[in-house]
Design a protein around this ligand. Structure first.
Ligand SMILES: Nc1ncnc2c1ncn2[C@@H]1O[C@H](COP(=O)(O)OP(=O)(O)OP(=O)(O)O)[C@@H](O)[C@H]1O
Ligand SMILES: [Mg+2]
Length: 255
């Protein structure tokens, strides 16, 4: 097992020979307890989340749906430990994230969480491979291991033949696959993707969702995808609908 993909101690302890990010267990990974988020104050206060409760277990593939302004990104920012609730509790692996310092939250992100954004957020003039090595440089992983881990992640998203292309030379769909590989390279237990298909045409969007579905099914990675598109959400096993900062429905997808 490589250093880079073995960075997560609980995964390394399994010693099964599977990739370190494999998570087939159904242990509870995260939980919102009465989470509210209020932006601003007084007259200008906006209630973005209003007493939200739900939990996600390891290995789930969840779509978060809802109209514009319903609180999806606000929920994702809290889930990703980028922000904290105004009231209520967000538990990540049983730890109340709201009680942690900024640095401690950054550590949770670094060790557990991969992000995928609508706009890909790659370094444009940097090669696909170097984009993947960057998060490993920040973790102090030595060059040979970094390189090997980046190559493996690129292979997982089917882009080995584009390793030395600059991100700007790749199509939108390919850039998003590189971004997914970048989220994978640190062996996270969960990937949060906010509108990952929003900048892609329908066919490319379906390719991205097919990739996420196979990463979930074959490697057991927990995936949470925000989308406003029911067709895109159909790839997930569970769908949570937000409306006006509340959960309107939470249901398993019909196969
Ligand atoms: N930084 C902020 N300051 C003030 N209000 C905010 C802020 N971020 C979000 N809001 C408000 O909180 C509510 C929820 O916003 P959020 O971004 O979570 O919606 P969303 O469901 O992701 O919408 P979209 O589909 O358009 O991305 C909205 O009314 C929004 O205007
Ligand atoms: Mg949003």
């Amino acid at each position: 097992m490589s250093t880079a993909l073995g960075a997560n101690p609980s995964a390394a302890a399994k010693g099964s020979g599977e990739p370190a990010f494999a998570r087939r267990s159904s242990v509870e990974l995260l939980r919102f307890i009465d989470v509210s988020k209020i932006y601003g104050s007084g007259e200008a206060a906006v209630v973005a989340l209003d007493h939200v409760n739900f939990a996600i277990r390891g290995g789930e593939f969840v779509a978060v749906l809802g109209p514009s302004g319903s609180g999806k990104s606000t929920a994702m920012n809290i889930l990703g430990c980028l922000d904290t609730p105004t009231s209520g509790h967000y538990l990540f692996r049983g730890v109340d994230v709201g009680t942690l310092s900024r640095d401690a939250r950054a550590l949770i992100r670094r060790n557990n969480i991969g992000f995928v954004f609508q706009g890909f957020n790659l370094l444009k003039r940097t090669t696909a491979l170097e984009n993947l090595e960057l998060p490993l440089i920040y973790r102090g992983i030595a060059k040979p291991q970094r390189h090997a881990a980046a190559r493996r992640a690129l292979a997982l998203v089917g882009l080995s033949d584009r390793a030395t292309h600059a991100a700007s030379e790749l199509s939108g769909g390919q850039q998003q696959r590189v971004a997914i590989a970048r989220a994978l390279v640190t062996a996270p237990s969960v990937i949060f993707a906010d509108e990952p298909t929003g900048n892609l045409d329908s066919a490319r969007g379906h390719e991205i969702m097919t990739l996420l579905r196979s990463l979930n099914a074959e490697h057991g990675i927990t995936i949470v995808v925000v989308t406003h598109d029911e067709e895109i959400a159909a790839y997930a096993k569970r769908r949570i609908h937000f409306h006006d900062g509340r959960i309107a429905s939470d249901e398993a997808s019909t196969p």
